[in-house]
Design a binder for this molecule. Structure first.
Ligand code: CA
Length: 440
């Protein structure tokens, strides 16, 4: 786990003026990573770090030789079109590059002129997936989500007895994960209404978003070698926003006995920016289970995890309908939550995933599961907000929703802020639903 250092100092300012705005996600204390290129060019995609409304082109920066030693080795790894090599380098390289970038971007830095030649306005770039995602695992770490969804599927038995012992997850599919801006057709699938005798194939009627965080694996582990809690976060590169699109009617018919399948593998969207674990250090918080719940088994427990395993990350989901977009209206917030409500920490997810010897690889992605909080307005999916489709959500323009309609865009935002630290934001992830393709 990282400790607070000079890069977190809230008094630091940058010579990039927009980074110093208190409402800016991309302060000099943040320095998140993405893969990008200039819009409308055939340039190779390359690594970038956000600062204010600009991005540092890390491929150009590598060529300037402004940085040295390990920081230079790290920035060379970031010149690639995927961040996997950089992710695999581990904490010492990540820290060296973060410190070098922080120093070069600070007000009064001697590196300002050279660094200035590497800046590109974020308004003029397009993003790609930050890395090759080999495997994707989706956890289920919000007990509030698990309980309310469980109540809809199994009213008499909402929370299964393993929930408070096992960080529940399933192996998802990486091929349909794309970066923010993803546009996809409403999926078709096999569903069966309760009052029908037989199922049919039709466009999903209950399309849903899931407000999640994504966790990118850094260095992997050898097959057969579990990662203990003490080492778990050393295997985590950083965190992004994640919308894990779900087809609830397909899910309801197919999910037993083996869990989610086609209800979950047609589209999932990550934010372009990955906030590093080091940048999240000032927002760490103690972790505990309620005293009358089972306490984590010893392999899922550590002194560090109890002291600061949690992270306070504010999250919100917004909806922009086609009509709102046409009228030039901004997306409207439909829920707000915080990752601090998670029943399991990131370290526990890593350790549990590997306790049987399963190997993780650089760039693997974990979804945290839908991050619903304890209050109804903190629900991270339409399934919960609409009480399983029974309650209609009315938007400010009078439109109503129970699930996501064609033309709707869902936006997820996230940020960290407290009195002792600068704002560290995630930007946003947006994806838009098109009508189903014609069956045939
Ligand atoms: Ca999910």
């Amino acid at each position: 786990m990282f400790v607070i250092n000079e890069t977190h100092d809230s008094r630091l300012t940058s010579w990039v003026p927009s980074a110093n705005d208190a409402s800016c996600d991309f302060s000099i204390q943040n320095l998140p990573f993405a893969i990008f290129r200039r819009s409308n060019t055939d340039d190779a995609f390359r690594g970038g770090v956000a600062i204010g409304d600009q991005v540092v082109d890390l491929k150009l920066l590598a060529e300037t030789n402004l940085l040295s030693e390990l920081a230079q080795e790290a920035v060379i790894a970031c010149s690639n079109s995927r961040l996997n090599d950089f992710m695999s380098m581990g904490e010492s390289a990540w820290t060296a590059l973060r410190l070098a970038l922080s120093k070069a971007l600070r007000t009064g830095s001697a590196g300002q002129v050279l660094m200035g030649t590497c800046l590109v306005p974020q308004a003029n770039i397009e993003y790609s997936l930050p890395c090759q995602i080999g495997d994707y695992t989706d956890f289920y770490s919000s007990i509030h989500h698990a309980t309310s969804v469980g109540a809809l599927f199994r009213p008499d038995n909402p929370l299964l007895p393993n929930y408070k012992w096992v960080p529940i997850g399933y192996h998802g599919r990486a091929s349909s994960i794309d970066v923010s801006g993803q546009v996809f057709h409403r999926p078709c699938g096999q569903t069966k209404a309760l009052d029908e005798v037989e199922p049919c194939l039709q466009p999903c009627q209950r399309l849903d978003h899931e407000l999640e965080l994504g966790i990118f694996v850094g260095p992997g582990n050898a097959l057969g070698k579990p990662i203990p809690m003490a080492d778990a976060e050393g295997h985590v590169f950083g965190v992004c926003l994640f919308n894990d699109w779900s087809a609830r009617d397909i899910q309801g018919w197919e999910y037993q006995p083996l869990g989610p399948f086609l209800a979950k593998n047609f589209a999932s969207t990550v934010s372009p920016w990955i906030v590093t674990m080091e940048a999240l250090t000032p927002y760490r918080a103690p972790f505990s289970h309620p005293s009358d719940d089972p306490q984590p088994l010893p392999y899922l427990s550590s002194v560090e995890n109890t002291a600061q395993g949690n992270i306070s990350i504010e999250l919100e989901a917004l909806l922009q309908t086609e009509k709102m977009r046409a009228a030039g209206e901004a997306p409207e917030r439909i829920s707000r939550s915080n990752f601090i409500h998670s029943y399991w920490t990131i370290a526990q997810m890593v350790t549990h995933h590997t306790v049987n010897g399963c190997n993780l690889r650089p760039g693997d992605l974990f979804g945290t599961g839908t991050q619903s909080g304890p209050l109804p307005e903190e629900a991270g999916s339409m399934l919960e907000l609409s009480m399983g489709g029974k309650q209609t959500l009315t938007l400010q323009n009078g439109e109503t929703r129970t699930f996501i309609e064609d033309g709707d865009a869902v936006v997820i935002r996230g940020w960290c802020k407290n009195d002792n630290a600068a704002r560290v934001g995630f930007g946003e992830v947006v994806s838009t639903v098109l009508p189903a393709r014609t069956l045939g």
